[in-house]
Write a protein that binds this ligand. Structure first.
Ligand SMILES: C[S@@+](CC[C@H](N)C(=O)[O-])C[C@H]1O[C@@H](n2cnc3c(N)ncnc32)[C@H](O)[C@@H]1O
Length: 309
């Protein structure tokens, strides 16, 4: 496989032109780490698999892998429906580059990633830092096993754990940096207690209608302080159950159940929700707010969603 390098270089040039890869050490990581090793197949826009092992799909696969696209790598049925929602994906490289630069790492840093997924981002971290200083956790043990194997083919042996990332990875050594590639409604306390003094968290804090990247610095054992960036992450949720795409587990019915005692009508034009700033402020004011489309008020038909990185 020799033809990926030119594609990787083009992607790096593109990200550099967008001002997203200012640090030459991250540029060299994106040039050197073969994303195709971590995404041997993905689910295309039509939901059908695109497989690099299929000679008829090989070029399209390679083009997509080295484009600035999110690639869905795993789907699972939403319990109670025949809908398939994404449960893992390889994040779009421009978002990954943005978050890695925000992480502001130094050469000896120990980094914890929440949401191993394909293992690609862990590989970028291993290339930039020392692989034994990288830890990554994913809820799904099959993803961890696949990522471990792919990372090993490139000679990387980070500490990989299958488990709930909300608990972080406790241990004697604290993490200088934590990067979360699945979204949380609030920063889990374990991330803060496991952070080294002066440590940094880069994460996507989201609700159902808005999300924002945050950069947070530890100020003491229980506190981090930082700011919301004017950039959404739109990551898939840190969720409760392996194989269930819903955030808190349960079925589609539980997600759709409306508390009728709290229903009201409004003259507000739904199009006003297209304004990301309004959505963000609404989300902050009412963290449980959701957006649900009703064709007929007695039958909920669709939850606002969309593809996630
Ligand atoms: C967008 S993907 C991560 C992409 C990954 N960093 C990569 O480079 O391919 C989000 C990942 O978060 C994982 N995830 C969801 N809930 C989790 C949890 N409670 N703990 C750990 N990982 C979780 C999913 O299984 C999924 O693989």
């Amino acid at each position: 496989m020799t033809d990926w390098r030119a594609r990787a270089r083009r992607l790096v040039d593109d990200l550099t032109d967008q001002g997203l890869l200012a640090d030459p050490r991250w540029r060299s990581a994106f040039e050197a780490v073969p994303r195709h090793v971590f995404v041997p197949r993905y689910h295309g826009e039509d939901g059908l698999p695109v497989d690099g092992a299929n000679p008829e799909q090989r070029d399209a696969w390679l083009d997509a892998v080295y484009a600035d696209s999110t690639l869905v790598t795993q789907v699972a049925p939403v319990p109670g429906t025949d809908l398939l929602w994404s449960t893992s994906s390889s994040t779009m490289p421009s978002l990954m580059a943005r978050m890695l630069e925000l992480l502001d790492v130094s050469d000896n840093d120990r980094v914890l990633e929440i949401g191993t997924g394909s293992g690609y981002n862990a590989a970028l971290l291993c290339h930039r830092l020392t692989d034994t200083h990288i830890a990554s956790i994913d809820l799904d043990p099959t993803l961890i096993a696949d990522a471990q194997e792919r990372l090993a083919t490139l000679g990387y042996r980070p500490h990989l754990v299958a488990g709930d990332g909300a608990a972080g990875i406790p241990g004697t050594t604290r993490h200088d940096r934590i990067i979360a590639t699945c979204a949380v409604p609030a920063i889990p306390p374990a991330w803060i207690t496991q952070l080294a003094p002066d440590g940094l968290i880069v994460a996507d804090v989201r609700g159902e209608i808005a999300s924002s990247l945050v950069v947070l610095r530890r100020t003491n054992r229980q506190t981090v302080r930082g700011r919301f960036l004017a950039h959404p992450g739109h990551f898939m949720w840190l969720r409760a159950e392996v194989g269930n795409p819903l955030r808190d587990g349960g079925t589609y019915e539980t997600v759709l159940s409306l508390d009728h005692s709290r229903q009201r009508t409004t003259d507000l034009d739904p199009a006003s929700l297209d304004d990301p700033n309004l959505r963000f402020v609404l989300q902050l004011l009412a963290p449980d707010i959701r957006s649900i489309w009703l064709d007929d008020p007695s039958t909920a038909v669709d939850i606002e969603g969309g593809r996630e990185p």
